[in-house]
Design a protein around this ligand. Structure first.
Ligand SMILES: [Zn+2]
Length: 134
C-alpha cells in the first residue's frame, strides 16, 4: 500500500496550498508520475477515493500523467527512452547509462474553486439592476 501513503501526502500538500489560496474546494489535481516509480495509477485512484472524502479534495478530478523512462549512455552519449526493465543503450549496448527522467513524482497543478466565487455571483445582480434602471 505504497500508494496510500503517497496519496495521503499528496492530499496533505494540496490541502495546504488550497487553503492558502482561499479555496472552497479543489476541483482537479494533476500529478506527474515517472514510470520508474512503479506507482500504479489504479492504486492511486483507489487511494484517492478512500482518502479524499471529507477533505477539500472530495469530488476533485484526479489526472495522472505518466513519464516514460529516459536515459543517457555514458559510453556514446546516446539519449533514449525505454521501458522499466530495459535500459541498455540501443546504439552501443552498454549498460552504463544514467537515468534522466522517469523517477519523478510531483503535483503539476491544482484547480480550485475560490470562496470569493459566491460573492462574485451576488455582486453581479445589483450591477444588472443598475444597468436596467439607467
Ligand atoms: Zn551507448
Amino acid at each position: 500500500m505504497h500508494e496510500f501513503s503517497l496519496m495521503q501526502s499528496v492530499l496533505d500538500t494540496v490541502e495546504v496550498s488550497a487553503r492558502d489560496a482561499g479555496a472552497k474546494c479543489v476541483t482537479a489535481i494533476r500529478l506527474t508520475i515517472g514510470e520508474m516509480t512503479e506507482i500504479l495509477f489504479d492504486a492511486m485512484d483507489f487511494a484517492f477515493e478512500a482518502l479524499s472524502p471529507a477533505t477539500l479534495c472530495e469530488g476533485a478530478t484526479l489526472v495522472m500523467r505518466s513519464v516514460p523512462p529516459r536515459s543517457r549512455c555514458y559510453v556514446c552519449s546516446e539519449e533514449f527512452t525505454h521501458d522499466r526493465y530495459h535500459w541498455a543503450c540501443p546504439r552501443c549496448d552498454s549498460l552504463a547509462t544514467e537515468l534522466l527522467a522517469g523517477r519523478e513524482l510531483y503535483i503539476d497543478s491544482i484547480e480550485i474553486e475560490e470562496l470569493e466565487a459566491d460573492h462574485f455571483v451576488d455582486s453581479e445582480k445589483p450591477e444588472e439592476d443598475v444597468g436596467r434602471s439607467a
